[in-house]
Write a protein that binds this ligand. Structure first.
Ligand code: SF4
Ligand code: SF4
Length: 430
């Protein structure tokens, strides 16, 4: 079933009726594995959605609780023999929940089942790139001033969602302008980065929202590798958030608006493809009806790069590949990072065990459902420690931040990187 901004009631009933209650998805569902309750399984949730839409059960707090606990990881979809479109069902059910809680005025953020912080983040921050860039500078300055740990322990310590968000943030560094011998605090992206040598084509680069603040390293690495493989990179300034957080929070129309803005921004350029470096964004953009050609960077490089022209420094380390749910269960592109990193001489590249299980990041889940999220993170950290890897490569910024914060808590020295960052380093990026 195509992703649509809105399913009709009839479509919702038809799709949920396609679940034959076989239960094959249950052992793959992270929340069922932890809670062992039917209401926290895909089958149970589908039955509840069907019950609410057909007015057989009430839309009450219990219904909201069990749906909120779903990670939208879509591991259930990957194994369902009937191809039930669970992702569409849960998104639509959340829209129904949201409509049932609508405050009297659109600027009031009074939804009971979401934290005020998350509602403010959705309404006022993630769709405004300029604000995010300023926020990045502010957070980076606080971190560099040494006041950040104190603020976390005092001002923000009782503010659950904010404290958890701050804990996830990596250390923000500012590049140095060598000519003027000063740090550059306000990041700005050029709109064009030319290919090095003969140009093979032009691609667009999708920046994302959170990645602008926390993962400029990966975006710079993507530009570096693309330029070195003969691709010029265009970064339209008008691009915005992909809309995934809105889509999964019950606001598909807002997600659709953001998608249309991105479409307008990129359609002004004659690009070969739109490259994403965060699989969460890639999954959202590529499954929307208005989509243009969107491709995860690892897949693009495997298909388009001429590997004979590149020289890699060897790296005698064990690299574990983590599969973000969006890459594995939605895009089905989980083999490409492995193929990419195998080009590094001496590197031992392995898949992390239990890669079909979510790490607990899941967009805003890590700040909205801390207990379940922590349990999943603990399990992921344990498996990672057991792997003996020195590096974890993951293709989604949210997973990277979440796992890195778990590793910091344990004092581990395992480095968490995007595959393309590692590749750029081995090609020669400083
Ligand atoms: S595997 Fe598919 S059909 Fe079977 S219970 Fe799960 S969702 Fe329903
Ligand atoms: S999306 Fe993930 S958490 Fe939600 S029901 Fe499916 S497997 Fe379980």
């Amino acid at each position: 079933m195509d992703k649509a901004p809105d399913l009709t009631k009839k479509q919702l009933i038809e799709e949920s009726n396609r679940c034959v209650a076989c239960g094959l998805c249950l052992p793959h569902c992270p929340t069922y594995r932890i809670l062992q309750s039917e209401a926290d399984s895909p089958r149970g949730r589908i039955a509840m959605i069907n019950g609410v839409v057909t007015n057989r059960i009430p839309l009450n707090e219990k219904f909201i609780l069990h749906l909120d606990r779903c990670l939208t990881c879509r591991a259930c979809e990957s194994v369902c023999p009937n191809n039930v479109a669970y992702g569409d069902l849960i998104d639509q059910a959340r829209k129904i929940i949201l409509a049932s809680e609508m405050p009297p005025h659109p600027n009031q953020h009074t939804r009971k089942h979401q934290s005020a912080f998350f509602q403010t983040l959705l309404a006022s921050w993630i769709t405004r790139p300029a604000r995010l860039e300023r926020l990045r500078s502010l957070i980076g300055l606080l971190q560099n001033s040494g006041m950040f740990p104190l603020l976390q322990k005092t001002v923000f310590s009782n503010r659950g969602a904010i404290a958890r968000m701050l804990k996830q943030l990596p250390s923000i560094t500012f590049p140095v302008d060598k000519q003027h011998k000063k740090r550059i605090f306000q990041r700005s992206w050029q709109t064009f980065y030319p290919a090095i040598g003969q140009e093979k084509g032009q691609v667009g680069l999708f920046l994302g929202c959170i990645a602008r603040i926390t993962d400029a390293q990966t975006l710079n690495a993507a530009i570096y590798v693309l330029n070195h493989t003969g691709y010029s990179v265009r970064i339209p300034a008008e691009q915005t958030c992909c809309g995934a957080l809105h889509q999964h929070a019950g606001e598909p129309e807002k997600a659709q608006q953001l998608m249309q803005q991105n479409q307008r921004a990129f359609s002004e350029h004659d690009v070969h493809a739109i490259i994403t470096t965060a699989s969460g964004c890639g999954a959202q953009i590529s499954t929307t009806k208005e989509s243009f050609r969107v491709i995860d960077i690892s897949k693009f490089l495997i298909q388009a790069a001429d590997w004979n022209t590149l020289t890699f420094k060897p790296l005698a380390q064990k690299i574990a590949i983590h599969d973000p749910c969006s890459l594995r269960h939605v895009l089905h592109d989980q083999d490409y990072p492995h193929q990419l990193l195998k080009h590094i001489p001496d590197a031992q590249v392995v898949f992390l065990a239990d890669n079909d299980q979510c790490c607990g990041a899941a967009g805003a889940y890590c700040i909205e459902q801390p207990e379940l999220s922590d349990k999943l993170l603990d399990a992921k950290i344990k498996i990672l420690m057991q792997s003996g890897a020195q590096i974890l490569a993951t293709s989604n910024v949210g997973c990277a931040m979440h796992i890195a914060s778990g590793l910091r808590d344990t004092g581990s020295t395992i480095e968490v990187l995007h595959p393309v960052t590692l590749l750029a380093r081995q090609i020669g990026m400083q």
